[in-house]
Write a protein that binds this ligand. Structure first.
Ligand SMILES: [Zn+2]
Length: 65
């Protein structure tokens, strides 16, 4: 009653490998890790200020409502 157990089993990943934020990429380094620092609600759009985790550049995106 031995269960076959591979020696190097990585922990199952349930979350996606990386979360592309609207297909956004840092204009400076091309990195895709741009978490939102803060969000500002405008009259007709939403401004999101993100900061690249790779080079630290701040990227502002606008989302139309
Ligand atoms: Zn960057």
């Amino acid at each position: 009653m031995t269960e076959h157990d591979p020696p190097n089993t990585p922990t199952p990943v349930t979350t996606p490998h990386k979360m592309p934020a609207l297909g956004l990429a840092c204009p400076a380094c091309g990195g895709g890790r741009l978490p939102v620092l803060y969000t500002r609600q405008k009259a007709r759009c939403i401004l999101r200020v993100r900061e690249c985790q790779d080079c630290g550049r701040r990227v502002i995106t606008r989302e139309r409502m």
